[in-house]
Design a protein around this ligand. Structure first.
Ligand code: CDT
Length: 328
């Protein structure tokens, strides 16, 4: 087999007023707990270092800028930038591979980004920029209780495509063969296209962090008078539905990590951090809405059954019939 102990690091409420220092302390504690339990790969949420700021209509440029990490030729890679260096130093010290999401500011553009960093060398093995940006350019309204979704305003669409990579850092513990990894961010998980791009590259572990609002009728459409309880249930249902289905149809494990809890006491986010196997089963899931590690020992060889039989893409696909998928 090719065993690998993995974790989703769920991160509970982070308010608009929560300090960077507090968030970093909490993330470092999650890393330490993971290392104690001999985990080798930890997946963190989307925009993990701050609250999920696209829910606010922010008119103060300085406040908006504070939610991004400045990552330019001068500042160097994210792992060396002052505001978050302590997190990456700790991961490397503990020998943990991590995926973590953050707002990236290149100086020329802002993206919703996730990096995968080697626990062996501290190098960024891959960077992914979110491709499907949900929501709108303009706020629904200016009521501070409204949960907006202004990602189209604050980010450019990702321009790296869906590029799989080998986590060479995990080669030795995975029977001498590096895991093939793919990255998605939040809303991307609802779109079959990204998953299939990764399936076609033989991905074995898909890592996905998210911030999914548990109540925002304007955003989801459907019944505008839906109760909070029903909205939460629906959001959890759709989250699990897409992850389990796409993990199954692409014969890969998926690790999903939530930013969850009730931000500012009025913007609830669903939990649902999970580890899903290539048959679509949930093998571990979060029990709280707080900071929590969800851990499983997986065997990458379990991807073989699907990849070689039911979803043998080379054998059973009919791409000549799929032209519509890439028409504008
Ligand atoms: N962060 C993010 O992408 N959230 C979206 C909210 C719903 S958009 C209809 C999500 O897909 O979970």
């Amino acid at each position: 087999g090719r065993p690998l102990k993995v974790a989703a690091a769920q991160v509970g409420a982070v308010h608009r007023t929560t300090s960077r220092a507090e968030v970093l302390d909490r993330l470092i504690k999650l890393l330490e707990d993971a290392a104690k339990q001999e985990v080798k790969l930890v997946v963190f949420p989307e925009t993990t270092f701050t609250t999920f700021f696209p829910r606010y209509y922010i008119t103060d440029d300085a406040e908006l800028a504070s939610y991004y990490e400045l990552e330019t030729a001068e500042t160097g890679p994210i792992t060396r930038t002052k505001k978050v260096k302590a997190f990456f130093d700790k991961a490397q010290q503990l020998g943990l591979d991590v995926q973590i999401g953050y707002g990236e500011d290149t100086g020329n553009g802002r993206y919703n980004t996730a990096v995968y960093v080697s626990g062996k060398t501290g190098d960024v093995l891959n960077k992914y920029r979110k491709i499907h940006l949900p929501g709108s350019m303009e706020p629904f309204d200016l009521d501070p209780n409204t949960t907006n979704q202004l990602e189209k305003r604050y980010f450019l669409p990702g321009d790296y495509g869906f590029q799989a990579f080998r986590a060479s850092s995990l080669k030795d513990i995975c029977g001498g063969s590096s895991p093939i990894v793919g990255q998605l961010i939040c809303n991307d998980r609802r779109w079959a296209e990204g998953w299939r791009c990764y399936g076609l590259q033989g991905v074995e572990v898909l890592c996905c962090g998210y911030n999914t609002t548990a109540y925002a009728p304007q955003l989801w459409g459907g019944d505008q008078n839906i109760s909070r309880e029903k909205a939460y249930e629906e959001a959890m249902f759709h989250h699990k539905l897409v992850v389990q289905a796409h993990a199954y149809t692409n014969s890969m494990f998926c690790i999903t990590a939530a930013r969850s809890g009730n931000d500012d006491g009025r913007h609830p986010l669903i939990p649902g951090s999970m580890i899903v196997d290539p048959e679509g089963h949930i093998v571990a899931e979060s029990k709280t809405e707080d900071d929590e590690l969800v851990i499983a020992e997986i065997d990458l060889d379990d991807c073989k059954q699907g990849k070689e039989r039911t979803f043998n893409l080379g054998k059973h696909r009919r791409p000549e019939m799929y032209g519509r998928l890439v028409e504008e």
